[in-house]
Design a protein around this ligand. Structure first.
Ligand code: GLY
Ligand code: MN
Ligand code: MN
Length: 433
């Protein structure tokens, strides 16, 4: 299933209703990012721009205007003209006609005429919504246009409105995210099946990316394949070490399917069997994760899973002698942060760390139907931490799943990849035969 123009149009209509009459929205997409001589980084449109337009080409600005009658809106797309010479080199362009026929724009113009056209549009509007602070050059450019032309407009933050829309996923978005999660689960399963002592971390990364690519996906973020104490480096992306007997390997990787992200972490033994210490820490984290997932319910604060994780991990670390003191003091003083220094989850959607406020004027946000959040506790024991027994040092474990909030309770979109110790060991063992 793919999103259609009707979906993007419905989003624009909803936005138009939210901003009310005599308002104008201006939103641009991402620039092309230069890599080196004649080579650019693979292009990806800005998520909020894509959310409202479905338009994936660079060099584009969308304008949505409401009139004083409200309800109706006009959609203008500024984009690149067709240019057969450039298209031979760089690919197809929708052009000004395509902006209307394929992307449902009411008007379309080349970017070069943006200033002239926007002055006219702004002169009829009372409120201007744009992404204040998103691109300082564009902010200055708009401010200059407003000043130069003596326009009297109230500038307002667009992101807060679009972010709220993006936070609650539609049925179609959920279907796309489910698909992304399923593909990532297959990739993680393949990685577990293929792990061998002496393999390089990047070989496992290649297994994951092969599955992503075979299914029309790209990585949603830099894949992490960290063996041994590399698992303690939260954003380890070198993925260039040999995986040794006795080590765990932590894989944090997820694909992006039709622009929608997934985000999975699994940690498993390179030789297929958890050591005693690895097993103890792993089970502690898994217990914390399962309890936290169970708290992803409508009406619960988004902080509740984190508070649950912190309490279970701190209690466990205390019992193991990795922390000393009283449970409540260790929590109040955040002593657990020596071993667990990140949050327990984030919204997931078009971005891996998706938009949406975590706090509202009433305090911490509560879960609502259609939100998707990751739950990703971990424990990272530095290889150089002389305050703990040597047997614990260098263990880095995280377990991460993607959870959809539903009226029936938490739904784990990434459930197809095993995480119980016995299941992981059996999978690796049976694949090695
Ligand atoms: N993969 C990024 C994260 O887990 O937040
Ligand atoms: Mn995550
Ligand atoms: Mn992750």
């Amino acid at each position: 299933m793919k999103l259609t123009q009707a979906d993007f149009e419905a989003r624009r209509l909803k936005l138009a209703h939210t901003i009310g009459p005599n308002s104008i929205v201006i939103i641009g997409t991402n620039p092309v990012c230069y890599r080196n001589s004649d080579v650019d980084y693979k292009y990806r449109a800005d998520s909020s721009f894509y959310y409202l337009t479905g338009f994936q080409e660079p060099e584009a600005i969308a304008v949505i205007e409401t009139s004083d009658t409200s309800g109706e809106y006009k959609y203008t797309l500024f984009c690149r003209e067709r240019n057969l010479e450039m298209e031979i080199w760089n690919g197809y362009r929708a052009g000004l006609e395509g902006a209307k026929t394929l992307f449902n724009a009411d008007e379309s113009y080349v970017l070069e005429s943006f200033e002239e056209k926007i002055v006219d549009k702004l002169s009829h509007a009372e409120k201007l919504y744009f992404r204040v602070g998103h691109d300082s050059d564009f902010d200055a450019y708009l401010a200059n246009i407003i000043q130069k032309n003596n326009l009297t407009l109230t500038p307002l933050q667009l992101d807060s409105i679009v972010d709220e829309m993006r936070l609650i996923k539609s049925e179609k978005e959920i279907a796309l995210m489910r698909k992304a999660a399923e593909i990532s689960a297959i990739a993680h399963t393949k990685a577990m099946e293929n792990v061998r002592i002496g393999m390089m971390e990047y070989e496992l990364e290649a297994e994951l990316h092969y599955i992503f690519g075979k299914n029309g996906c790209v990585p949603a973020y830099g894949s992490i394949v960290g063996s041994g104490s590399n698992g303690c480096i939260l954003h380890y992306v070198e993925n260039n070490k040999k995986m040794e007997d006795g080590q765990l390997v932590l894989i944090d990787a997820g694909c992006e399917y039709e622009y929608y992200a997934s985000d999975i972490t699994r940690t498993f033994p390179v030789n297929g069997v958890f050591s005693k210490e690895q097993r103890i820490i792993y089970q502690l984290i898994l217990d914390a994760q399962l309890a936290a997932i169970d708290a992803v319910r409508i009406g619960n604060s988004y902080r509740k899973p984190h508070d649950i994780v912190v309490r279970i991990l701190t209690q466990g670390l205390l019992e193991l002698g990795l922390l000393q003191g009283h449970l409540d003091d260790l929590i109040a003083d955040e002593e657990y942060r020596r071993f667990y220094m990140h949050g327990t989850g984030h919204w997931l959607g078009l971005d891996v760390h998706d938009v949406g406020a975590y706090k509202t004027s009433e305090g911490s946000r509560c879960f609502e139907n259609g939100m998707v959040i990751t739950i990703e506790p971990g424990v990272y024991i530095s290889p150089t931490d002389k305050t703990v027994h040597a047997k614990w040092r260098g263990i880095g474990i995280r377990i991460e799943d993607d959870i959809l909030v539903t009226a029936q309770g938490p739904q784990v979109l990434t459930e197809n990849v095993v995480k119980e110790i016995d299941d992981i060991e059996s999978l690796i063992k049976s694949a090695a035969i």
